[in-house]
Structures are given as structure tokens and as C-alpha cells.
Design a protein around this ligand. Structure first.
Ligand code: AKG
Ligand code: FE2
Length: 589
């Protein structure tokens, strides 16, 4: 760079194109290739890339086995015209199993830092000739062996390498390059190095190649949606035998959740250590214990997750470790106070801290009101307002939104009686359990002190939503998830989502088995099946008398929706075995 003249020309030269050509080989546009190309574009590397071999017949053998000589030959052909370019840098990468994670500036900076004319990526595997291990130069740390899937160097040297000797299409490219590297004279003449510390190239294939990680989980207070939290931990796409689990749980409320997780997975993780609530550790003590335990384990990485941090992206651990940092933290985790303090402590101890926000790893749940509901059987059910997305994911039927598609065909089992998926089976189950836990079923008589008039004309055995403190939640649910569908099937009517009668009915042959013909005090009614005919009960169903039509054996979580008065005189058919539960709302009385 000639920067002596003036600032302007300096700027001009400094932002000019890098002297780089990236070659890759792909004979077909496989999914792997397309993924590679997306990473090329994302990192602004398209202008540097040349793809060799597209449309050419592959003769390099099985990609998973010895072979690949054709790649060397294709590179040689592609390189010929550049071989005398003095300062040109050439990068070669496979395409089907390679991703770029940085742009040209970082690539060039790291290449120059290596102080080599040629750099090959390195890995744990010794392949394909195990006998060559002793010929490798000894290294103190890092990855010892050459991998030919990614390398980089000056055109002059790369040309010397690919034209060093003939190789057949079916010959092995990795062996070809390895032999050159293991020749001490050639290695020195070409100033060839391996990227032992994965500065430029990170290899992540094969379970044995994954670094060991200690995953420290901290449950410092009751936290909503902990089942999903653990599920996401278990879903991380990382070999579990490379993960050591450390859990501090200080919430007695979650002891069952922790033991459920450990029952399912403790065998498959490398090891498990739990500090239960009975240890009465402060958060500070627990986090220190975690670090001490980590140092004793000799794991390569320490990954810490609080119970509020849901790791939605199963590739999180892989992606973070690919960045090859001493300490990794997700932005979404650092946002929490205590954790931040700990990281400050580590930073002041001379360890660099990196915050990564390059990809979305997950989200935080809001634990604020959760403790107000610990008296309930399922406190998560009450988190509709504080954690709406997690709530919907767990409790709204996954097919619900399909009903709103332009060409959705909402089923109509009887005239003007519609039926559609509304809530998840989990919701149905939790609602039944919440009601049975509360337990105060009405007597089923006409006198009902819960009602304003004290009298119910057509009584059921039931518990009202307000008795379990769920009425506000339920009315909101009606507004969000029932009214939009009502507007589609009964157009021109706009509901206020108003309902005083919201209740779960319990039918049993020897308690109350059926409900005599009646009208509902509603503009329209929803009637949700909470359990399964043929499994939990026999009989049951709603019969619409004017049409002599019955809706029987609805799927769990599906609702009926019908007009309340005049046309839809109806009855509840007898339950003949077991217990049938339904959830009913009289909307717009
Ligand atoms: O048993 C049924 O499905 C009908 C229930 C009903 O009509 C009501 O609770 O008003
Ligand atoms: Fe009814």
C-alpha cells in the first residue's frame, strides 16, 4: 500500500479487493453444496469463489472413503492460469461439508498471522494411513494431523504442491498432501504449516473430534416451562458422551423436574453431578462449586445455562465451540445480573470474555409472577400473560392456526355446528388435573350459590374457571383463539368475548351421566373435549335435537362451536363407562 501521498488514496487502496481466489469442487449441487453457497453469500465471498467440476462426472470414489484424487486434478486445472501471480492467495475448501463463518478481512488477517506460505487445516484423525503418525512433527497442543478439506496459501506454492506428482482420479487427495507435508525438505521449502489451533479452519466431524464440555445448569428459583428447558438441553445436537452435567437446583418445587431429566438421560451423559435444594447453597456458592468442579473434570469447555435461558437452537453448543473461544457466553444469558457478575470476575482474572450474538440461540423466559401460582397444580398454565410464546407453544393446538388459512375447510359435523382443533392435549390434561386437584365439584342440583340468581335450570357437575383463578386467562384465550374462527364461520357477528359461565363438566355413570335437552344462555357456545372416548369413557356426546344429529367422540383438544339459542336445542348423551370431561363456555350471554 502506498499511503504516503494523501489520506484519500490511502483509503482507496485500503478498501480495495483482496488478492484472493477461493476454489471449491462440486460435481453436483447437493444440499451440502447449497448450504456452503449460502455461507459464501452470507459472508460476502461470492466474488472470490470459483467452483470447479460442476456437471463433470465424479470419478474420485466414495466421498466417505479413500479417494478424491480428482479434486487435486481439478484444482490443478483451475489454478494453471494463476500460477505465476506473485501475491495472489489461493484458498481451497471442500463444499459439501464446509461452511464459512467469516468474511475476507478476517480470513486474510488470520492467514497472515499464521506466518506461513501454505496452511492446511488440522484434525484429531490420522487418515488414511495410520502408519504415518510417527512422521508428524511433535506439537504441544491442538490438533496434530493434516486434513485436506481446507487449505490456503500463495499461488506459487500451491501450484508447486498440486503439480508435484501425478495423481489418479481415484487416488487419495489427503494422502497426496500428507506425503508432501511429511517430507521435511518440502515442508520447509514451501513454508507449510498445519492449523493446529484451528485459527483459520475448524474441523468438527466424528464424535471423537468433539471437545468435552461441562454443561452447568443453575435453577436458582422456581422457573416457568422447565420441562421445555430440559427438553431443549436434551435436544442439543452434540454427543452426550462428550458432555458432563452439573446441576444446582435450589428450588424444591423443581426436584421432580430434575429427577425426571436425570432418570431419562443420566446414563447417556459422560457424568452427572447434582447439588439439590437440601444443600442450601447460595447462588454464589453454587456457581463457585460449579467452576471448581469443572477444573477437576479436565473438560475443555465450560458452558453455563440458567433455567430461564431456553436454548431453542439445537446447534448452539456446536456453533459456540466452533468459534473456538476460551469462554463463550450468549448475549441472552449475559443479560441476567448475577451471571454478569461472575463473568466480570472471570474477565478480571485475565480470561477474555466473548459475547456472541451472531445467531439466535434461544430466548429468556420471564419468571416474575411464576411464584404467585405455586399453589396450583400446573402453575405454567397461568403464564399466558407473562410468557405468551412459551404458553402457546405448549398449550395451543399446533393445528389451530391452519383454520385461519384462506382456503381452510372447517369441519361441520351437524348443521351450523363447527368443530376444530383448539388446545393441545397437554392443556386438556393439565386442565383436568387442575380441576381434580381443586376437587370441589358442584352437587349437580338446581341450587347453585356460585351464580348471581342462586339457581341453575339445567345443572351439570362442574367447577367454574374462576374457582381455580383462571377466568381472566380463559377469557383472553377466547378472544385470541376462539373469536377469530367464530368470525370466519359466522361472518358479520363480532363477539365481545364476554362469558360468565366457563366451566369443566364431569360425567360419570354413577354421578351425573347425561344432560337433559336445553338451550344455553349464550350467543354461541364452545364445548371442548378434554379426554378420549373409547379410552377414558364410553358413550357421551352432544346431540342437536332439531337436526337429529350428534357429535360424538371428538379428538382431545378439539372444540364444538354452536349457536346457543332457538335453533340448537341440545342434550348431553349418557356416559356409560369411565369419566368424560368437557370444557364449556357460554359466550356473549
Ligand atoms: O355433554 C355435552 O357435550 C353437552 C354439554 C352442554 O350442552 C352444556 O354443558 O351446556
Ligand atoms: Fe349446553
Amino acid at each position: 500500500i502506498d499511503a504516503k501521498e494523501d489520506g484519500e488514496s490511502k483509503l482507496f487502496v485500503a478498501i480495495g479487493k483482496e488478492n484472493l481466489v477461493i476454489f471449491t469442487v462440486a460435481t453436483e449441487e447437493t444440499d451440502g453444496y447449497k448450504r456452503f453457497m449460502r455461507s459464501v453469500e452470507k459472508n460476502g465471498l461470492s466474488e472470490y469463489l470459483q467452483v470447479l467440476g460442476l456437471g463433470v462426472e465424479w470419478q474420485g470414489g466414495d466421498m466417505n472413503n479413500i479417494g478424491g484424487g480428482q479434486k487435486v486434478r481439478l484444482l490443478k486445472d483451475g489454478l494453471e492460469k494463476y500460477k505465476d501471480e506473485k501475491d495472489l492467495v489461493i484458498m481451497f475448501v471442500d463444499s459439501y461439508d464446509v461452511l464459512f463463518t467469516a468474511g475476507v478481512d478476517e480470513i486474510m488477517k488470520k492467514f497472515h498471522k499464521m506466518e506461513a506460505r501454505v496452511v492446511f487445516s488440522a484434525e484429531h484423525y490420522l487418515w488414511p494411513d495410520k502408519s504415518l503418525g510417527s512422521k508428524y512433527p511433535k506439537i504441544e497442543k491442538g490438533l496434530p494431523y493434516l486434513n485436506s478439506g481446507m487449505f490456503m496459501g500463495y499461488a506459487e506454492e500451491i501450484w508447486k504442491i498440486v503439480s508435484h506428482e501425478d495423481i489418479k482420479n481415484s487416488g487419495d487427495d489427503q494422502l497426496y498432501y500428507t506425503k508432501i507435508f511429511l517430507d521435511p525438505q518440502l515442508r520447509e521449502e514451501l513454508n507449510m504449516k498445519l492449523d493446529n489451533l484451528a485459527v483459520l479452519f475448524q474441523n468438527l466431524h466424528g464424535e471423537e473430534d468433539y471437545p468435552s464440555v461441562m454443561l452447568a445448569i443453575f435453577i436458582e428459583y422456581p422457573t416457568p416451562f422447565i420441562t421445555e428447558f430440559f427438553q431443549k438441553i436434551a435436544n442439543l445436537s452434540y454427543p452426550k458422551n462428550k458432555i458432563d452435567i452439573f446441576i444446582h437446583n435450589s428450588a424444591a418445587f423443581h426436584e421432580l423436574d430434575v429427577s425426571d431429566f436425570l432418570d431419562d438421560y443420566s446414563e447417556v451423559y459422560s457424568s452427572v453431578r447434582e447439588l439439590p435444594p437440601s444443600y442450601s447453597l447460595s447462588e454464589y456458592e453454587a456457581r463457585n462449586r460449579g467452576l471448581k468442579y469443572f477444573l477437576g473434570l479436565k473438560c475443555q469447555y465450560y458452558f453455563t445455562v440458567d433455567s430461564v435461558s431456553h436454548i431453542d437452537n439445537p446447534n448452539t453448543l456446536k456453533l459456540l465451540i466452533e468459534q473456538n473461544r476460551g469462554i463463550i457466553d450468549n448475549l441472552f444469558i449475559t443479560l441476567r445480573g448475577y451471571h454478569q457478575q461472575q463473568l466480570v470476575y472471570l474477565t478480571s482474572g485475565g480470561v477474555f470474555m466473548y459475547v456472541s450474538n451472531m445467531v439466535e440461540y434461544g430466548h429468556l423466559v420471564n419468571p416474575e409472577t411464576f411464584s404467585d401460582y405455586l399453589e396450583q397444580k400446573h402453575p405454567d398454565m397461568y403464564q399466558m400473560f407473562d410468557n405468551p410464546e412459551d404458553w402457546e407453544e405448549r398449550y395451543v393446538h399446533h393445528d389451530w392456526s391452519k383454520q385461519l388459512m384462506p382456503n381452510a375447510n372447517i369441519s361441520m359435523p351437524c348443521p351450523d355446528v363447527y368443530s376444530y382443533p383448539l388446545m393441545s392435549e397437554t392443556f386438556a390434561q393439565h386442565l383436568i388435573e387442575e380441576m381434580e386437584y381443586y376437587g370441589q365439584w358442584s352437587g349437580g342440583g338446581n341450587q347453585d350459590s356460585r351464580l348471581a340468581g342462586g339457581y341453575e335450570n339445567v345443572p351439570t357437575r362442574d367447577i367454574h374457571m374462576n374457582q381455580i383463578n383462571f377466568e381472566q386467562h380463559w377469557l383472553h384465550f377466547i378472544k385470541e383463539h376462539v373469536c377469530p374462527i367464530q368470525e370466519r364461520v359466522y361472518p358479520g357477528y363480532y363477539s365481545k368475548a364476554n362469558a360468565i359461565m366457563n366451566f369443566v363438566v364431569r360425567y360419570k355413570p354413577d354421578e351425573q351421566a347425561s344432560l337433559r335437552p336445553h338451550h344455553d344462555s349464550s350467543t354461541f357456545t364452545i364445548n371442548v373435549a378434554l379426554n378420549k372416548r373409547g379410552v377414558d369413557y364410553e358413550g357421551g356426546g352432544a346431540r342437536f335435537i332439531r337436526y337429529n344429529c350428534s357429535a360424538i367422540g371428538m379428538d382431545v383438544g378439539h372444540t364444538l362451536m354452536h349457536p346457543g339459542r332457538l335453533t340448537h336445542f341440545h342434550e348431553g348423551l349418557p356416559t356409560t363407562r369411565g369419566t368424560r370431561y368437557i370444557m364449556v363456555s357460554f359466550i356473549d350471554p
